[in-house]
Design a binder for this molecule. Structure first.
Ligand code: ZN
Length: 292
C-alpha cells in the first residue's frame, strides 16, 4: 500500500509525466512550467501599459483618458489587460502556441492572464463570461489547435467563469497574410455572431474577449461591434501580448541582427536560457508569410 501511495503522490506523478514528455515529445516542445520558471519572464505590471489600447508606457504617461497612441480615439471595449509587449520570449511562446500547437504553454499563459485580470478590478466574476476570438474550423484542423480557445480555458480556470463561444469565423486568408492597411480598412472578415435558440442571455454581463495578440486591433474592433446587440454591460479585452511600438522596435532590432522571418527560413529557436540542455530544438513555423 505505501508503494501505491507513493505512485499516486501528485509530485511524483508530475515528475513521471515530465519524464515521459521529455522522452517522447520533449524533443519537440519542453514542459511549459519549466520554461516559464527558468526564463525569468514576468507579466507586465498594471501601470506599465495603457489600459485603453495596451501600448507600453513610460513612467507617468498613463492618464484616465489613455496614452499618446490612443487619446481622443474611440476604442472598442471598456479596458484591456495584457501580459506583455509582443516581443522577446513572450512573442516566441505566442508563435509556438499558434504554429506548433503548444497547448500547454497556451493554458499556462492563459492562467497568468486570468491572474492579471483578477488584479485589475475590471470585472465582477459573478457576472462575467469569456468569449474567445474564434478561428475557422478548417484552420483549426490544419493547425491542430484553437489557440485563443486554449488561452481562454486557462483564463476561465482562474476566474471560474464560463466560456461562451458567441463568435464564429468563416474561413479566409489568415490575418498575418493581409497587409496592415487592408486589415485596418476591412476589419476582420468572416466574423459573425453564432445563432442560438433563445439568444445568449448575456444582457448586463461583462464579456472578457480573449485573444493571443492585439496587432492593429481590427479583429477586436469588429468583435466588439458584433457583440453590441447582446447588450453586455461591458467588454474587457484580454490578450497575451500587444504588438505596440516597443514590439516593433524589437522586431526591427532583430532584422538588423539578421534574424529573418519567412516561409523558407521561419525558424523559431526557443532561447537556450529557457531550455534544459537536452531540450534545445529549433521549432519550425509554418505559414504563408512572416508571422507578426
Ligand atoms: Zn493608449
Amino acid at each position: 500500500m505505501p508503494r501505491i501511495r507513493q505512485l499516486l503522490d501528485a509530485r511524483r506523478l508530475g515528475g513521471y509525466l515530465d519524464a515521459v514528455t521529455e522522452t517522447w515529445i520533449g524533443w519537440s516542445l519542453p514542459p511549459a512550467g519549466a520554461v516559464l520558471e527558468q526564463s525569468g519572464w514576468r507579466p507586465d505590471e498594471a501601470g506599465s501599459y495603457c489600459r485603453r489600447c495596451g501600448s507600453s508606457l513610460g513612467p507617468g504617461e498613463a492618464t484616465p483618458s489613455g496614452c499618446g497612441s490612443c487619446r481622443g480615439q474611440p476604442l472598442p471595449g471598456n479596458g484591456l489587460v495584457r501580459l506583455g509587449s509582443h516581443a522577446g520570449v513572450l512573442r516566441e511562446w505566442v508563435l509556438a502556441i499558434k504554429y506548433r500547437g503548444w497547448a500547454e504553454m497556451g493554458a499556462a499563459l492563459g492562467r497568468r492572464l486570468g491572474q492579471a485580470i483578477v488584479g485589475c478590478d475590471l470585472i465582477d466574476p459573478d457576472r462575467s463570461v469569456i468569449v474567445p476570438m474564434p478561428m475557422p474550423w478548417q484552420r483549426r484542423m490544419y493547425r491542430g489547435i484553437d489557440h485563443a480557445r486554449v488561452i481562454a480555458a486557462g483564463v476561465a480556470e482562474v476566474l471560474r467563469v464560463p466560456i461562451v463561444p458567441v463568435l464564429a469565423k468563416a474561413n479566409g486568408p489568415p490575418q498575418v497574410s493581409l497587409a496592415t492597411s487592408h486589415r485596418r480598412r476591412h476589419g476582420a472578415g468572416g466574423l459573425r455572431i453564432r445563432k442560438r435558440l433563445g439568444g445568449w442571455g448575456l444582457k448586463g454581463s461583462t464579456v472578457v474577449l480573449v485573444d493571443d495578440v492585439r496587432t492593429t486591433g481590427s479583429s477586436i474592433r469588429t468583435a466588439c461591434r458584433l457583440l453590441r446587440p447582446i447588450r453586455a454591460q461591458s467588454i474587457v479585452v484580454a490578450v497575451v501580448s500587444v504588438s505596440d511600438e516597443s514590439a516593433r522596435r524589437d522586431r526591427a532590432a532583430r532584422m538588423n541582427r539578421g534574424v529573418q522571418w519567412g516561409p523558407q527560413d521561419a525558424v523559431l529557436a526557443l532561447r537556450p536560457s529557457t531550455m534544459r540542455p537536452q531540450q534545445a530544438p529549433a521549432v519550425a513555423l509554418a505559414g504563408p508569410r512572416a508571422p507578426v
